[in-house]
Design a protein around this ligand. Structure first.
Ligand code: HEM
Ligand SMILES: *[C@@H]1O[C@H](CO)[C@@H](O)[C@H](O)[C@H]1NC(C)=O
Ligand SMILES: *[C@@H]1O[C@H](CO)[C@@H](O)[C@H](O)[C@H]1NC(C)=O
Ligand SMILES: *[C@@H]1O[C@H](CO)[C@@H](O)[C@H](O)[C@H]1NC(C)=O
Ligand SMILES: *[C@@H]1O[C@H](CO)[C@@H](O)[C@H](O)[C@H]1NC(C)=O
Ligand SMILES: *[C@@H]1O[C@H](CO)[C@@H](O)[C@H](O)[C@H]1NC(C)=O
Ligand SMILES: *[C@@H]1O[C@H](CO)[C@@H](O)[C@H](O)[C@H]1NC(C)=O
Ligand SMILES: *[C@@H]1O[C@H](CO)[C@@H](O)[C@H](O)[C@H]1NC(C)=O
Ligand SMILES: *[C@@H]1O[C@H](CO)[C@@H](O)[C@H](O)[C@H]1NC(C)=O
Ligand SMILES: *[C@@H]1O[C@H](CO)[C@@H](O)[C@H](O)[C@H]1NC(C)=O
Length: 355
C-alpha cells in the first residue's frame, strides 16, 4: 500500500471516529470521579464495612439492588425512588416489595458522599460501586467499575413487573428475560452465581417443599437431606416468615460453592436448580465448569457484571445527580409534605405475590 493511500485511510478513520463521537452518547469511564471525588470507592466501602458488622447479609442485598435497578429502564437508580405525586415506585413492584432491602445503607452512603463531594456522585453509580465492593468484601473478585451514570427522573413499576425474573420461571423464560437486556446464557449462569450469598424468604421456595407443581410431592430435583432442613425452616401451613441461606455451605462468602451445590441438588430456588437439572440444557456444562474452576467463575462474573452495569445508562447531560436517592431533585426542592411514605418493612406476610 502506498503511503498516500495509508494517509487517506487514516484521515477517513479519524473523520469517522469524530463523526461517531459527535452523534453518540458519552461513555462510562473508570476515571470519571478521579478529579471530583477521588475517595468515592473508599467512602462507600467504609459505610459497607460498618454495616456488615451488624448485618452480615447487607452486601448481598446491595448487589441485588444493582441488579434490580439495571434490569428495569437501565442502571439509573430508579429502584431507589419512593412513591410521590409523580413516582409510582419500583420498590413496591411485586418482585421487590418486602423483598429488596438496603435502602438505609444507600442513604448513609449518599450522606457521606454529599459531605465529601456535594452533588457529584449519582445514586446509580453508588449502586454500581456498592455491588462491586460488596462482592469483594465477601471474598469474591474485585474489578474496575465504569462510572458516569446519571440518575433517572422516573420509575417504572410496570417495567419492574415485566422485566425482573421470578423464582418459578422456567429456564427458557429466564433466558428470554436476560436476553431482553442483552445478557446471554453464560451471563445468566455466572450472574446467578450471586446466589452464593444472601437469604431468601420461605414464599420464594416453599412451593418446592410439599406439593410441587400440583404433583402432591416435593420437587424431585431437591436433595432429600436439604428438603428436611428447608421443611424445618418453612413448616407446611406455617406463616412463611422463615429465611434460608441461598448457599447452604458458605452463606456469607462469595465463592463458587453455589455451583457445586447445584450438582448435589442443593440449589435453593427452583430457578437455581433448573440451571443444572433441566434435561439437555446448555447451562449444565457452564455450571460444571464454574464448579470445577472458581477463577473461571470469577472472570465470567466480572465480565457479566460490566455488561449488566452498562444496560441503558444515562450519561453526559441526561438525567441528573440526585441529591437524595429517594427523591428526584424537582421534588426535593419543593415541599416534602406531599411525599407518601413508602415503607421498607421486613415483614413478609404480604409477600405471596413476589415469587
Ligand atoms: C436468574 C434469575 C434470578 C431470580 C429468579 C432471582 C430470584 C431471587 C429471589 C426470589 C431472591 C430472594 C428474595 C426474597 O426472599 O426476598 C433472591 C435473592 C438474591 N438475589 Fe436473585 N434472582 C435472580 C438473579 C440474580 C442476579 C442476576 C443477581 C445479582 C447479580 C442476584 C442477586 C441476589 C442476591 C445477592 C440475593 C440475596 C439478597 C439478600 O439477602 O438480601 N439474583 N433472588
Ligand atoms: C481521601 O482519603 C484520605 C485518607 O483515607 C485522605 O487523606 C484524603 O485527604 C482524602 N482526599 C480527599 C480529596 O478527600
Ligand atoms: C416501562 O417498562 C416497560 C416494559 O419494559 C416499557 O414498555 C415502557 O416503555 C416503560 N415505560 C417508561 C415510561 O419508561
Ligand atoms: C408442571 O406441570 C406441568 C403440567 O403437568 C408441566 O407441563 C410442567 O413441565 C411442570 N413443570 C415443572 C417445573 O415440572
Ligand atoms: C411465625 O412463626 C414463627 C415460628 O413458628 C414465630 O416465631 C413468629 O412469631 C410467627 N410470626 C408471625 C408474624 O406470626
Ligand atoms: C445431597 O447433599 C449431600 C450433602 O449435602 C450430598 O452428600 C449428597 O450426595 C446429595 N445427594 C444427591 C442425590 O446429590
Ligand atoms: C456471552 O457473553 C459473554 C460476555 O459476558 C461472552 O464472553 C460470550 O462469548 C457470549 N456467549 C455467546 C454464546 O455469545
Ligand atoms: C456499553 O454500551 C455501549 C453502548 O451500547 C457500548 O458502546 C459499549 O461497548 C458497552 N461497554 C461494555 C463494557 O459493555
Ligand atoms: C424513602 O423510603 C424509605 C423507606 O423505603 C425511607 O427510609 C426513606 O427515608 C424515604 N426517603 C425519603 C427521602 O422520603
Ligand atoms: C407493599 O407491601 C406493603 C406492606 O406489606 C403493603 O402495604 C403495600 O400495599 C404493598 N404495595 C403494593 C403496591 O402492593
Amino acid at each position: 500500500m502506498s503511503s498516500s493511500h495509508g494517509i487517506a485511510i487514516a484521515l477517513f478513520c479519524i473523520a469517522f471516529l469524530l463523526g461517531g463521537i459527535s452523534v453518540s452518547h458519552a461513555q462510562l469511564s473508570s476515571t470519571y470521579y478521579d478529579e471530583t471525588c477521588p475517595n468515592v470507592t473508599s467512602i462507600i466501602r467504609g459505610v459497607i464495612d460498618n454495616a456488615l458488622l451488624s448485618d452480615p447479609r447487607i452486601g448481598a442485598s446491595l448487589l441485588r439492588l444493582h441488579f434490580h435497578d439495571c434490569f428495569v429502564n437501565g442502571c439509573d437508580g430508579s429502584i431507589l425512588l419512593n412513591n410521590s405525586d409523580t413516582i409510582e415506585s419500583e420498590k413496591e413492584a411485586a418482585r421487590n416489595n418486602n423483598s429488596v432491602r438496603g435502602f438505609g445503607v444507600v442513604d448513609d452512603i449518599k450522606t457521606a458522599l454529599e459531605s465529601a463531594c456535594p452533588s457529584i456522585v449519582s445514586c446509580a453509580d453508588i449502586l454500581t460501586i456498592a455491588a462491586e465492593e460488596s462482592v469483594s468484601a465477601a471474598g469474591g473478585p474485585s474489578w474496575t467499575v465504569l462510572l458516569g451514570r446519571r440518575d433517572g427522573t422516573t420509575a417504572n413499576r410496570t417495567g419492574a413487573d415485566i422485566s425482573l425474573p421470578s423464582a418459578v420461571d422456567t429456564l427458557d423464560t429466564l433466558k428470554e428475560v436476560f436476553l431482553a437486556v442483552g445478557l446471554n446464557t453464560t451471563d445468566l449462569v455466572s450472574l446467578s452465581g450471586a446466589h452464593t450469598f444472601g437469604r431468601a424468604q420461605c414464599p420464594t421456595f416453599s412451593g418446592r417443599l410439599y406439593d410441587f407443581n400440583s404433583t402432591g410431592s416435593p420437587d424431585d430435583t431437591l436433595n432429600s437431606t436439604y428438603l428436611e432442613t428447608l421443611q424445618g425452616i418453612c413448616p407446611q401451613n406455617g406463616n412463611e416468615t422463615g429465611l434460608a441461606n441461598l448457599d447452604l455451605t458458605t452463606p456469607d462468602t462469595f465463592d463458587n460453592n453455589y455451583f457445586s451445590n447445584l450438582q448435589l441438588e442443593n440449589g435453593l430456588l427452583q430457578t437455581d436448580q433448573e440451571l443444572f437439572s433441566t434435561t439437555g440444557a446448555d447451562t449444565i456444562d457452564i455450571v460444571n465448569s464454574f464448579s470445577s474452576d472458581q477463577s473461571a467463575f470469577f472472570a465470567s462474573f466480572v465480565e457479566s457484571m460490566l455488561k449488566m452495569g452498562n444496560i441503558s445508562v444515562l450519561t453526559g447531560s441526561e438525567g441528573e445527580v440526585r441529591l437524595n436517592c429517594g427523591i428526584v431533585n424537582a421534588d426535593s426542592s419543593r415541599s416534602e409534605s406531599f411525599l407518601h411514605s413508602s415503607t421498607e418493612t421486613r415483614d413478609n406476610t404480604e409477600y405471596k405475590s413476589a415469587i
